[in-house]
Ligand binder design. Structure first.
Ligand code: PLP
Length: 390
């Protein structure tokens, strides 16, 4: 049997039509398959590989930490320097009220932890989220996800969740003294790159503060420079009570985090003790990789190059089949006529060596979210290939 056949037989499938190319290596903006064909990667593992694939400084950090020690104990008991140093680095680059990091295994687990923390701190049960939002695929995260098609088969879901449109007055009106938290993506990703309206986040912040509701920003997809600032919320000068990180957080290794003030996080230490438990969260190799990746992002001033690259994409992407483009930095939704057209276009792109994707709640949009290190020549090439496939 070929590896592709074994993949279909023994690796649990989640799609009737997986991309199915067999990767043997990846570096920078390129993937290479088993036949030696190279693919220009316009999705970077879905906003994970912000500094490119297998950056040498990340590889070195992984190798060194794996040789020193790997898993030694469940989360929160032993002092592990990769965890401590990475938490300190994150805190240094976040607002002062976000100084305490709980490392998890994934973005979804960060969502779960943050929702638990909000209920634990406020003693309230109600949670507000947005239509067309995505916060992960575990049961709690599904309950706050904003799309009926994707969650209906898994009912009953966690009760107490109220959903409103992003950017709506209704959402602001829905917040009251029973609301434990509002969880939103600072910039909606899977909805096809939807940005907040002028002043909406400021009004949301005020309403949360006035009612004692915790504000959670999910920066799992839009954090780590993706939108042209290190954190998406910096564009709007609004600070959440809890921020969720994931994807690029691990430098290519699996990792998530929910981050709040030291004072809020202390609530997880009592009543009950061990308020959130994880065996592998904050794995030392993932922390070492993530910290090396974040240092590359900072040392090489990569975030400051994002706005120019976005402009270049927007100036080159001109084609009658493109209905509209929504973008924030290098998170770009290229809207076509239909989901079928997107699917056919993506297949033609793959044949021509361009790897891209669509959005869960906007399947009529091609997703471009390349490594932030993507070069001018690569941007030109990606736009040429895409347009030749439309
Ligand atoms: N939140 C957002 C905004 C995401 O885009 C994702 C993943 O796509 C998640 C949460 C869930 O992260 P994970 O897949 O690591 O559980």
């Amino acid at each position: 049997m070929t590896n592709r056949q074994l993949f279909q037989q023994h690796v649990a499938q989640t799609s009737p039509t997986p991309v199915g190319i067999e990767i043997i290596s990846a570096s920078g903006s390129y993937l290479c398959d088993v036949d030696g064909k190279r693919y220009l990667d316009m999705i970077g593992g879905i906003s994970v590989c912000n500094i490119g694939h297998s950056h040498p400084r990340v590889v070195e950090a992984v190798q060194k930490q794996a040789a020193d020690y790997m898993h030694v104990m469940v989360y929160g008991e032993l002092v592990q320097s990769p965890q401590v140093k990475y938490a300190e680095l994150l805190a240094k680059h976040l607002p002062p009220s976000l100084d305490c990091v709980y490392f998890t295994n994934s973005g979804a687990e960060a969502t779960e932890g943050a929702l638990k923390l909000a209920r634990r701190v406020t003693g309230r049960t109600d949670i507000i989220s947005c239509n067309r939002s995505y916060h992960g695929n575990t049961l709690g995260a599904l309950a706050v996800m904003g799309d009926e098609y994707w969650r209906n088969a898994f009912r009953p879901l966690m009760p107490g969740v109220w959903r409103y449109d992003y950017n709506s007055e209704d959402l602001l009106q829905g917040i009251n003294e029973q609301t434990a938290c509002v969880i939103i993506e600072t910039i909606q990703g899977e909805a096809g790159v939807i940005t907040p309206d002028e002043n909406w986040l400021q009004q949301l912040r005020k309403k949360c503060t006035d009612t004692g509701t915790l504000l959670i920003f999910d920066e799992i997809q839009c954090g780590f420079g993706r939108t042209g600032k290190l954190w998406g919320f910096e564009h709007y000068a609004v600070t959440p009570d809890i921020v969720l990180l994931g994807k690029a957080l691990g430098g290519g290794m699996p990792m998530g985090a929910f981050i709040a003030s030291h004072q809020l996080m202390q609530e997880l230490t009592h009543n009950p003790v061990l308020g959130h438990i994880t065996t592998f969260g904050g794995h030392p190799v993932c922390c070492a990789a993530g910290m090396a990746g974040m240092k590359v992002l900072l040392d090489e001033n990569i975030v400051s190059t994002v706005a120019e690259k976005e402009k270049l994409f927007l100036s080159l992407l001109k084609h009658p089949a493109i209905k509209t483009i929504r973008s924030k930095g290098l998170l770009i939704a290229i809207e076509l006529e239909s989901a079928e057209q997107v699917s056919e276009t993506l297949q033609r792109c793959l044949a021509k060596g361009l790897f891209s994707d669509w959005f869960l709640f906007a399947p009529n949009c091609v997703r471009f979210a390349p490594p932030l290190t993507v070069t001018t020549a690569e941007i030109i090439s990606a736009c040429e290939i895409l347009q030749s496939c439309l």
